[in-house]
Design a protein around this ligand. Sequence first.
Ligand code: ADP
Ligand code: DP6
Length: 325
Amino acid sequence: MNKEKKVRAYTNIALIKYWGKRDEKLFLPMNSSLSLTLDSFYTETSVAFDDSTAEDRFYLNDALQDDKATAKVSRFLDLFREEAGIQTAAIVKSTNFVPTAAGLASSASGMAALAGAVNLASGLNLDKTTLSTYARRGSGSATRSIFGGFVEWQMGTGSDDSFAVKVDDASWDIGMVTIVVNDKQKAVSSRVGMKNTVATSPFYPGWLTATAIDLENIKTAILKKDFEQVGAITESNGMKMHATMLGANPPLSYWEPDSVRAMQAVRELRQLGVPCYFTMDAGPNVKVLCRLSDSQTIKNYLSNIFDPTQLIISGPGKDIEEITD
Ligand code: ADP
Ligand code: DP6
């Protein structure tokens, strides 16, 4: 049995959203996106090719997963097995330090950590840019979790150039407060939600035009370290994504009453002079982009509305990394 190596990958939250595929098999996106990697939420995964097992086994948070979840992991491992000429089954052990399938980007850290772990176990030792093209085929947002800081996922022209690029390491005063409105598994996955939106929302063409402009503007603002501009574009882009979903047939909304309350609280904080901006993904939770130095003030304010256990402060996360226990 090969020596077990563990890889940690951090989640990322998109400031410019990915919402739609132009190629479902290769996970090629309809638009380029940009995210901030977070240090508070991550996944640790090990992969061991093991002659003693005939079939892949996938343990998530110490529980052996069912056939459906394992098949998803197996298909992903196959990409590496084909490349490395490996026929052996694998034992995959993963721990999510993030709620699974709750709109807190477990698929991003989960698939990026799996890509990193199988990269080691297979001996392929792909560089990080190439690795991001593999992570992409597990889950689109995982492309960006290969790197820390502000990361762009360039839509590319095909599979080889649809990869992640680090825009800035975010080693300035940047953070995020996550408001966990509900950490239960969501009813409509991102995958299904985006597919229906692309297929049926009349707003989708407008989304693509607006997002290309938002992306260029946010990159300029990041390079200037213009926090308020970064935040304003983030908030606007997230709302546009949710508007495309509302226009889908059937209409789709991930919001809950507490999501709206959280967004209102962010506006109140701004009126009080604390610069902060919200974004939401495919779930009811609200993420507040802020200066890390303001994050405790923001948490204190939000504690009047939410339980402090629902409020999690993150700084910028790092590139994927090998962990030794
Ligand atoms: P989220 O909002 O948490 O990203 P999604 O529904 O988009 O939710 O993705 C959840 C899916 O991601 C899971 O059903 C599983 O297939 C995959 N996933 C989550 N964590 C892991 C992990 N640690 N290893 C492998 N796959 C994972
Ligand atoms: C709203 O990456 O989870 O979080 O590629 O089908 O696995 P698949 O979808 P996923 O979708 C993420 C959608 C989003 C926006 C984003 O992260 O860019």
